[in-house]
Write a protein that binds this ligand. Sequence first.
Ligand code: FEO
Length: 406
Amino acid sequence: MKQAIEVTKELYYIGVSDEDIRTFDIIMKTANGTTYNAYLLKTDEGVIIFDTVKEEFADEFFEKIESVCSYDDIKYIIMHHLEPDHSGALPELTRRVPHAKIFISPMAQPMLKSIAKTEDMEFETVWTKKQLSLGGKTITFLSTPNLHWPETMSSYLEEDKVLFSGDVFGSHYYDSRLFDDLVGDFEYAFKYYYDHIMRPFKSDVVKALSLYDKYEVETICNLHGPIMRTNPQRYIERYREWSTKTDRLHGKKIISIFYVTSYKNTKEMAQSIYDGIELDDSLIANIYDLTSLDEQNMLSILEESTGILIGAPTINGDAPKPVWDLLSCMMLLEKRGKFGGCFGSYGWSGEAVDMIHHRLGALNFRIPLQPMKVKLIPTEEELLACHDYGTEFGKIVNGKMMEMTL
Ligand code: FEO
């Protein structure tokens, strides 16, 4: 029988390991597998469960619960996040403890009944500063939405200074030794997880950190990977550093121009746009041939750029693959506050530029200007128009009022 493991006095780890998983949520590589962390707090007046596990590991989760308490003891269930890797065992848990009250964030309410697969349960929605007291223990709830679903929340166990952070501070990294001071070096997994799960919501990370800052944290009980009990502040500071990275260089906003070109026509347009932006020395313009950038380079450039311009010819009625690679990696970034635009030379129908324009709109870029399209070889007049386009785009990135085109 699997045993619960004590984290702090009377707080137990009842999570499970998924050692053999090698891809998580389609987009993440998990070379070291992962864990689905869940916790159980014993108090003088009953038990609180914090989250559950993926459905296929439910048996082990229940064995661990049974190793430290009986189901009659369970008074409350706190669900920080309803994604199936943490709510998979909730239907069976509610069947076994129908008397237990469930705490969720307000945003989780519409999802709870469909996930729990029952109407027969008591639940309460909670937000920052609402508290739950039981047997001398006090849980303070903290609203931390969008990390990384709209309904995510955190909580803090006052007496033991434990932060239950949900997916925040997670790592897809399984090591049976469980605690950060005992496991191997999981730094790569911690950063990789942040980049893929939290970076697209870094403004919300900053808000969550300012909430966490109000509490003294000795242990971070997250939902994936090692439990953090050795100077947990350093993990908090890593998140702060990554999430407050500025999109300026030497105090100047950056506009990055990415292009692909077959006959140097789109490249000429890119160069004219670049020259137009560079007239304003309070901006920094950069220009990149997309065919020579890998995804890591793209991401790092995109993250630091306030303005992003993409140039492409049309090949076989489509934008070339490097353009789609650039557009698809943007799902890993926060687009809030970024401006986009596109341009390109074409021979026949010129669909590529329109496709890029619509894709940038769907990604929530602000698109202040209509795309620049030129048939085949740009004339002097058209290059001048590209130059003006760059200047105007730069002014808008620098704060000039704009009329949205989407
Ligand atoms: Fe670990 Fe968002 O679930």
